[in-house]
Write a new protein. Structure first.
Length: 566
């Protein structure tokens, strides 16, 4: 049985690594790496890669490096570095003393470039970026050789040294590899290795005015660090021949990192492009990188997702060889499954309607016993105050209900959860607007929950809050940011921002919650009974609690969309 379970947990990457270990490749070591560019916040797709790379290191008793591929000072910031480290730690992973930066290797990468020039495998090109792009050809047509391709080794060394010393303006020269301008693989058509950027770097400051291109720095950084398995997303598959070409001409000895590609995570109703997410932030479609509608790890954390739910989601979707789209409902299922076991239950009324129990003693207060979590008896019970004046959800009352309506209506009874059966006797309206202001009801004192009379069968059960004991709070109802499945793939001439869901955030300023939530801390998580899962937002203060809806109790998205269409 255990053997079958282990077999089911295998994926093609584990199969490759297991075979490499059998053949004692790289002396039987397994070193992976997670190599983010510090040019934005991590998102759920990065979470999958984090879980995979750190998980493989644990599985094979190896190690996983955290390496920041910080080769572009124009887009990189220390803020992003710190947010990335926080996110990885929050997910439950640690890199120990294996924190590296591509910028740590700038001196070594420069020497590798010199080595390629000396071998006649790199040259300085004076053409503009636009001209180089135009002469690289197309996937079906070969490129044109640069007029500077056959410069001598000596001239290239002098020019490259001048590039390093700041003698030339930005964009005036690049160092290119001399591979095959007619190769069917566009990435082998003399790719750029270095460009001039006279900008301060977040770590090396003003030491360098030339910076290596990602494709050159990435594989050589793997090599320098002793990475054995370089796990990349599928878009790097066509880059692999270039990755190997560099190693062919630079690496020494038997050790070689191996690049393996897997399908990236694509979610529907979501954009996963850093460029698009940056646009959402800068143009204020959302309130920052950690807006709970964003697919960033910090946004999911603020919304109330747990690291366990994200790790479980990553395990559930598995590792594939080809791209596909995962239904975001599966991510939502993962957090429901986790919080159902962990979250304490609370009663909260989001759209209050006042109920006055006319036959309940004025001033009397009873404490009703409720389970903190019916999924875990060890979580114990709590006491909820009950009094003459209550709030119920406005949606739990209907004046003229259909035949199978089992909540409160005139002349009908309903059970208040953990408390009594009540009957609606009178509807009180506002004299000016005609809106229902309150309900006058009577309670049956013999039907208190847990007593003999509580056995009387009533089909409907609703939740409630004592008016005098309730805590007022702001509740933010978050939903999916986009109202189409593929906002980034629309082909009708619209922009992805044209498909932002106008219902992605609803703010309720006057919600009422049972008093046991008093003292709740930032990111504490609860199930508001019959309403969904919620967490305390970091904007909360001692005098004002703010809750974010993490997810509804069940997947209501399709039903809500159908109702809007109708």
């Amino acid at each position: 049985m255990e053997e079958n379970i282990e077999k089911n947990k295998q994926n093609f990457i584990k199969n490759i690594i297991s075979e490499d270990l059998k053949n004692n490749l790289n002396n039987g070591k397994v070193i992976t790496r997670f190599p983010p560019e510090p040019n934005g916040y991590l998102h759920i797709g990065h979470a999958k890669s984090i879980c995979l790379n750190f998980g493989l290191a644990v599985r094979y008793h190896g190690a996983c490096n955290l390496r920041f591929d910080d080769t572009n000072p124009e887009t990189e910031e220390t803020e992003y570095v710190e947010s990335i480290k926080n996110d990885i730690h929050w997910l439950g992973f640690d890199w120990g003393n294996r924190e590296y930066y591509a910028s740590d290797y700038f001196d070594q990468l420069y020497e590798y470039a010199i080595m390629l020039i000396n071998k006649g495998l790199a040259y300085v090109d004076d053409q503009s970026a636009e001209r180089i792009s135009a002469t690289r050809g197309t996937p079906t047509q070969p490129g044109m050789e640069s007029p500077f391709r056959n410069r001598s080794v000596g001239e290239n060394l002098i020019l490259f040294d001048g590039m390093k010393n700041g003698e030339f303006p930005d964009g005036s020269k690049v160092l290119r590899a001399k591979i095959d301008i007619a190769s069917p693989n566009m990435h082998l058509r003399d790719p750029a290795l270095y460009r001039i950027k006279k900008m301060s770097h977040h770590r090396t400051l003003n030491k360098w005015c030339i910076y290596p291109m990602y494709d050159f720095a990435h594989g050589q950084s793997d090599y320098i660090e002793g990475v054995t398995h370089s796990i990349c997303t599928l878009e790097f598959e066509v880059h692999r021949p270039l990755y190997d070409w560099f190693l062919d001409h630079i690496a020494e000895g038997d050790y070689r990192p191996k690049q393996i590609e897997f399908a990236r995570l694509n979610l529907n109703y979501t954009v996963m492009s850093k460029r698009r997410m940056l646009e959402l932030v800068r143009k204020k479609y959302v309130k920052g990188w950690d807006d709970p509608r964003m697919p960033t790890i910090s946004g999911l954390r603020r919304r109330g997702y747990t690291p366990e739910s994200i790790r479980n989601f990553s395990e559930r979707i598995g590792v594939a060889r080809r791209d596909g789209i995962i239904d975001v409902a599966l991510l939502e299922f993962s957090i429901r499954e986790d919080l159902n076991q962990k979250a304490f239950r609370k009663m909260a009324v989001l759209d209050p309607l006042k109920v006055v129990l006319t036959n309940y003693p004025d001033g009397k207060v009873e404490m009703m016993t409720a389970l903190n979590n019916p999924e875990n008896e060890a979580d114990g019970v709590r006491e909820i105050p009950f009094s003459m004046e209550l709030y119920i959800e406005r949606g739990d009352f209907m004046e003229d209900p259909p035949s199978k309506y089992f909540r409160l209506s005139p002349g009908r009874e309903v059970r208040l959860k953990y408390a009594y059966i009540i009957r609606c006797d009178e509807v009180i309206r506002d004299k000016n607007t005609g809106h229902i202001r309150e309900l006058r009801c009577s309670y049956d004192p013999d039907t208190r929950s847990g007593m003999a009379g509580s056995q009387r069968k009533i089909k409907g059960t609703i939740h409630w809050i004592s008016v005098d004991h309730s805590i007022k709070a702001e509740v933010r109802l978050y939903d999916r940011l986009f109202d189409v499945e593929d906002p980034s793939g629309i082909k009708d001439g619209t922009e992805f921002t044209d498909h932002i869901n106008p219902h992605s955030l609803e703010v309720i300023e006057n919600a009422y919650i049972e008093p046991s939530v008093k003292g709740a801390k930032h990111l504490d998580k609860f199930q508001f009974e019959r309403n969904g899962y919620f967490c305390v937002d970091p904007d909360s203060t001692e005098n004002k609690l703010i809750f974010n809806r993490t997810v509804t109790l069940r997947d209501t998205w399709a039903r809500m969309q159908n109702n809007r269409i109708e």
